[in-house]
Design a protein around this ligand. Structure first.
Ligand SMILES: Cc1ncc(COP(=O)(O)O)c(C=O)c1O
Length: 424
């Protein structure tokens, strides 16, 4: 008799058992409605307050709220004075805009492989990627696990480089007791739908450096040097975009920020329950958290041991079957990024703006993006699946236990997946 739900068995998690993210209560309703009634819908008082409250919560001197994390990343590039032909070191595995932000300002990404255990940039490989053109390093605290920042800052100091933290997924994560976003020279956070601090869409640029703030602020608001709450002269001093947040979104962000610490506690409790329940499961590689780091468990990412499962040669295809089987058990899990960054078409074609720009810029040196140079990123990419919703409040330890049960059940019955068609 079939055990697995995908083969006709009974699912572990019943439909509707998982609560949607984020939880909404009267604080959210009141703050959003107050903003609506107040009639200041562009960059308004809630935006100013959100910046101040987020900076205080995270321990930054300056914050600018944006309409996305991607916008905040672009601001980081400009704050770090990266431009025409400059090289910026980036991890080979992340969200696309952790890297496309580099080309947005005409600079050239140089990829470094990841460390398989942490899933973050392999800090031991950064120095070898530095050239006379290198201007900055972007580190991504992927899935909420901080990068080994002492190692990164030591390399950056030796070579006079700026360090940009992509903290879009990592609200509240800590390295040696200090929150991410305060460890490099500037940082970007996302406030999009899935993030630990959610306002639908939105972002935050943070820094402690006043000059970096000024450069970022100009890009943020049309290239103007006068901020949106001051008496504007509408004079454009530099290349500018319109990356500012709006009052309604910021009002919701403020309401959610009031609850963020509790949400993060729930996430940690749920991750701890998953780790306890899944410990020792054959063919499963669990995520790590070193003693220096406090994970925020934005995404609980597991890897399957494809060699031990006998699927080293068709890892991707068999992983996809495992994910389908988990989904059939009622577990919301997905392949987060199914391509490593250098393998994506824009990098393989080396064409961002037409005519091969920015790679054909006369100030740029040639770089190569052969995917084979990033074996750890490929191995991770082909063997992982990640969970976000099951970790989020108000889902609790009981749901985490069911999630673990579903994973153990699928891994104990992989024989039922062998003959499953490759596609649904
Ligand atoms: C690591 C990382 N960087 C950047 C971003 C971009 O954030 P946003 O969607 O707010 O532009 C995301 C969000 O998806 C992300 O996960």
């Amino acid at each position: 008799m079939a055990e697995l739900a995908i083969a006709g068995g009974r699912p572990v998690i019943r439909p509707g058992a998982m609560e949607p993210w984020p939880p909404i209560d009267d604080t959210d309703r009141k703050m959003v409605l107050d903003s609506l009634e107040r009639g200041k819908h562009t960059f308004g008082p809630n935006c100013v307050a959100l910046q101040e409250e987020f900076a205080a919560w995270n321990g930054n001197q300056h914050a600018l709220t944006t309409n996305s994390g991607t916008a905040a990343l672009h601001m980081c590039l400009v704050a770090a004075e990266c431009g025409c032909g400059d090289e910026v070191i980036v991890p080979a595995y992340s969200w696309s805009s952790s890297v496309t932000c580099v080309m947005q300002h005409n600079a050239i990404p140089v990829f470094v492989d990841i460390d398989f255990d942490t899933m973050n940039i392999d800090v031991d490989r950064i120095e070898a990627a530095i050239t006379p053109k290198t201007k900055a390093i972007i580190v991504v605290h992927l899935h909420g696990l901080p990068v080994d920042m002492d190692a990164v800052m030591a390399v950056a100091d030796r070579h006079g480089l700026r360090v940009i933290e992509d903290a879009c997924q990592a609200h509240g994560a800590k390295y040696k007791g200090q929150k991410v976003g305060t460890l490099g020279h500037c940082a970007a956070f996302s406030l999009n739908q899935n993030k630990c601090l959610c306002s639908g869409e939105g972002g935050m640029f943070v820094t402690d450096d006043e000059d970096m703030l000024k450069r970022a602020q100009a890009l943020w608001s049309f290239g103007e040097e006068v901020g949106p709450t001051e008496r504007r002269d509408y004079h454009v001093h530099a290349m500018g975009w319109m990356y500012r947040n709006n009052d309604l979104t910021a009002a919701w962000g403020r309401a959610q920020l009031k609850k963020l610490d509790r949400y993060l506690e729930v996430q940690k409790e749920n991750a701890a329950a998953l780790a306890r329940e899944l410990a020792g499961t054959p063919h499963l590689i669990l995520p790590t958290e070193s003693t220096d780091c406090e994970h925020n468990w934005y995404n609980y990412t597991i890897r399957f041991d494809m060699e031990a499962l006998g699927h080293a040669d068709d890892a991707r295809a068999f992983r996809d079957k495992l994910v389908r089987a988990l989904n059939a058990e009622g577990l919301e899990t997905m392949v987060w990024q199914s391509f490593i960054l250098p393998a994506m078409t824009v990098f393989q074609n080396k064409d961002g703006y037409g005519h091969g720009c920015p790679w054909t810029c006369p100030h740029a040196e040639a770089v190569d993006y052969l995917p084979d140079r990033f074996p750890m990123a490929v191995k991770h990419c082909d063997s992982h699946t990640g969970m976000t919703s099951p970790l989020r409040a108000p889902n609790d330890v009981e749901l985490a236990k069911l999630a673990a049960q579903a994973i153990k059940k699928v891994l104990a019955n992989t024989d039922e997946l062998e003959d499953l068609p490759a596609k649904e």
